[in-house]
Design a binder for this molecule. Structure first.
Ligand SMILES: [Zn+2]
Length: 211
């Protein structure tokens, strides 16, 4: 093979890897809390085939793996099926000098089975960073899932309103009550895709050139 061709090939193959490595490096040492919603006696939304608390945990563990590989410091409010009160969760968020908190949920509207949009909530009176994080997570989830953008703004949830000082969001990318989503959520590839969307949003969130 001619030398020139080899160097071109090397450049084509290496460049995306180098760029990815560089963006992932922004996550190194960042303190990220993942909060899988519900757990234990609180199942969250449930339907015949799906239980929200389990989906939330599945996605959180996948995301934890991606973030840990990128050398972020990741803490979960629960790693198994147990009760964690909202008060305990808020206390946990404030235990660390946290750089981002994501509370992972899945939506349900039994009275509106056509509902299929991505919802992302942040505190009212948020820090600029909370607002930025919410926008990035909404965009990446919409891009990854193909679901339309739904709510993106403040919501009066206990964990948000008691963490106005933090870069925190609650996100709900899929519905347990939408026919297509029910099928998708039974496929572990969908949970991988969700985790990757959050991961990509965090890469952008910590990218100094994105500010
Ligand atoms: Zn929930």
């Amino acid at each position: 093979m001619p030398k020139k061709l080899i160097s071109i090939l090397l450049l084509v193959c290496l460049l995306p890897c180098l760029l990815l490595a560089e963006t992932k490096a922004n996550l190194k040492g960042k303190i990220i809390i993942l909060d899988p919603g519900h757990g234990g006696s609180d199942s969250g939304a449930t339907t015949a085939k799906l239980i929200e608390k389990n989906l939330n945990l599945e996605v959180a563990l996948r995301l934890e793996k991606l973030l840990t590989e990128a050398k972020a410091a990741v803490y979960l409010t629960r790693r198994d099926d147990r009760d964690v009160s909202l008060v305990e969760r808020v206390r946990f968020f404030h235990k660390y000098q946290v750089d981002a908190v994501i509370s992972l949920h899945h939506n349900a509207k039994p009275y509106d089975p056509a509902a299929d949009e991505v919802a992302v909530y942040r505190p009212s009176f948020p820090t600029p960073e909370a607002k930025r994080l919410a926008n990035l997570i909404s965009s990446e989830l919409v891009k990854a899932t193909g679901n339309p953008r739904g709510a993106l703004g403040p919501a009066n949830y206990y964990i948000l309103e008691n963490s106005r000082d933090l870069p925190i969001v609650i996100a709900e990318p899929y519905y347990l009550t939408h026919e297509k989503h029910i099928k998708l959520l039974q496929d572990s590839a969908t949970l991988d895709l969700e985790a990757e969307a959050y991961f990509n949003a965090l890469i952008l969130f910590f990218d100094p050139t994105e500010r």
